[in-house]
Design a protein around this ligand. Structure first.
Ligand SMILES: Cc1cc2nc3c(=O)[nH]c(=O)nc-3n(C[C@H](O)[C@H](O)[C@H](O)COP(=O)(O)OP(=O)(O)OC[C@H]3O[C@@H](n4cnc5c(N)ncnc54)[C@H](O)[C@@H]3O)c2cc1C
Length: 322
C-alpha cells in the first residue's frame, strides 16, 4: 500500500497549528494521488484525541504510547517501522525544530530524499513535488523524489483545513527502540520565548520591520504597545535576523491575527506579511518611502521617519490616558 504519513505533535492535550497544517496537507495531497493519509502520534494520547485527527482528513492514526514525546530519535524509530510495515511513499512534517530533526533522521534511516523549509507541495503525474525558497527567498527550487520522500514544511506553511467531523481508526504500534534512541531524556519542556505575549488575542498590535534598524529599535514599538495596552509583532525579515522572537512573526509562515489596530512601523508590506493581518479592522503604516507597497492597502499611511513619529505617538497616547 502506498500513502502519506504525517507526524502530529501534541502538547497538553492539543495538537499545535503546525501539525494540523501538516495533517491537513497530507490529506489534501493523498486525495489528489488517490491514496490514504495517515498520522503518527507518540506518548500519552487519549483514544479521543488520537481519533480526532480524522477531523483533518486522515483515516488511520498509529499511536506509540510507550514512546517518549518531544525527542526526535524515538519518533524516527516509530515512523520508520510504520512506514516499513505499511509502505508509505511520503512522510510529511510541519516545520519547527522537532519536525526538522525527526524528518532528517527518518530520511537517513530510510535512505529517502528530503526537502526542508517547504512552502508548497503539488501532486504531479502521480508523484509529489516540493517547492522551497532559496537564496534568501529570491528563487524557488522544486524537488521530486526517486523513491520515498520526506517533506518538511516551513513553520505554519501548510494551511489547516476546516474540521470535517470524521474520526480516524486508532492502531497501537509496538516499537523496539534503538539503543541510541533511549540515550537522551526529556528534562523540561516549554516555550521559552514570547510565551507571555498573546499576539493572537491582542486588540492592538504594533508591528516592527527592518526599518527599525536593529533589535534596539523594538523598544520604540514596545513603548507604544504598552501605552496602547497591546502587544508587539514583527516581520519575518527581523525575526530571521534575530532582532525579535520567532513567536511574534506575522504572515504566511507566521501567525495570523485580526486585531482592531495593526500599526506597521518600518515594514514594506510584502504580500507574505500582509496575509497575516489583512483582516485587521484598522491598518496604520509608518514608512519613510512614499512608494512602499503597504501604502496601497493601509487605512492610514504616514510618510516619515519612525524614529521621530513613534515616540511622539507614544507620548500622545499616554497623554490621552492620563
Ligand atoms: C515563501 C515566503 C514566505 C514568507 N513568509 C513571511 C511571513 O510570514 N512574514 C513576513 O513578514 N515575511 C515573510 N516573507 C518575507 C517577505 O517577503 C518580506 O521579505 C518581509 O516581510 C520584509 O520584511 P520588512 O518589511 O521588515 O523588511 P523590508 O522589506 O526591508 O522593509 C523595510 C521598510 O522599512 C522602511 N524604513 C526604513 N527605515 C525607516 C525609517 N527610519 N522610518 C520609516 N520607515 C523606514 C523602508 O522604506 C522599507 O519599506 C516570506 C517570504 C517568502 C518568499
Amino acid at each position: 500500500m502506498s500513502g502519506i504519513l504525517a507526524f502530529a505533535l501534541h502538547y497538553e492535550g492539543a495538537y499545535n497549528k503546525n501539525s494540523l497544517g501538516a495533517v491537513s496537507e497530507a490529506a489534501r495531497l493523498a486525495d489528489q494521488l488517490g491514496v490514504e493519509a495517515h498520522a503518527v502520534v507518540v506518548g500519552d494520547v487519549s483514544d479521543e484525541l488520537s481519533a480526532s485527527l480524522g477531523d483533518w482528513g486522515v483515516t488511520r492514526v498509529f499511536r506509540a504510547s510507550g514512546v517518549p514525546e518531544g525527542l526526535a530519535q524515538p519518533v524516527v524509530d516509530v515512523m520508520a517501522k510504520v512506514i516499513d510495515d505499511n509502505g508509505h511513499d511520503y512522510a510529511l512534517f510541519g516545520g519547527g525544530l522537532l519536525g526538522f530533526e525527526i524528518g532528517a533522521g527518518l530520511a537517513a534511516r530510510l535512505n529517502a530524499g528530503v526537502t526542508m523549509e517547504v512552502t508548497r507541495v503539488d501532486a504531479v503525474d502521480g508523484r509529489l513535488t516540493a517547492e522551497r525558497p532559496i537564496h534568501g527567498d529570491s528563487s524557488v527550487s522544486t524537488s521530486s523524489y526517486k523513491d520515498r520522500g520526506i517533506i518538511i514544511g516551513r513553520l505554519n506553511a501548510f494551511e489547516t483545513a476546516s474540521p470535517t467531523g470524521a474520526t480516524a481508526a486508532v492502531e497501537d504500534v509496538e516499537v523496539a527502540l534503538s539503543p541510541f534512541s533511549t540515550r537522551a531524556r526529556m528534562v523540561r519542556r516549554g516555550e521559552a520565548r514570547g510565551e507571555e505575549i498573546d499576539i493572537e488575542g491582542a486588540d492592538h498590535l504594533v508591528a516592527g520591520g527592518r526599518g527599525l534598524g536593529g533589535p534596539e529599535g523594538f523598544e520604540l514599538c514596545e513603548a507604544l504597545a504598552e501605552a496602547l495596552g497591546g502587544a508587539v509583532a514583527a516581520t519575518r525579515a527581523v525575526v530571521d535576523a534575530g532582532w525579535y522572537p520567532y513567536s511574534t512573526q506575522i504572515g504566511q509562515t507566521g501567525k495570523t491575527v485580526s486585531p482592531k489596530l495593526y500599526l506597521a512601523a518600518g515594514i514594506s508590506g510584502a504580500v507574505q506579511h500582509k496575509v497575516g493581518f489583512q483582516s485587521a479592522q484598522n491598518i496604520v503604516a509608518i514608512n519613510k518611502d512614499a512608494n512602499a507597497p503597504i501604502f496601497e492597502y493601509c487605512d492610514l499611511g504616514v510618510v516619515g521617519d519612525l524614529n521621530k513619529i513613534l515616540p511622539r505617538l507614544t507620548e500622545a497616547v499616554r497623554a490621552k490616558k492620563r
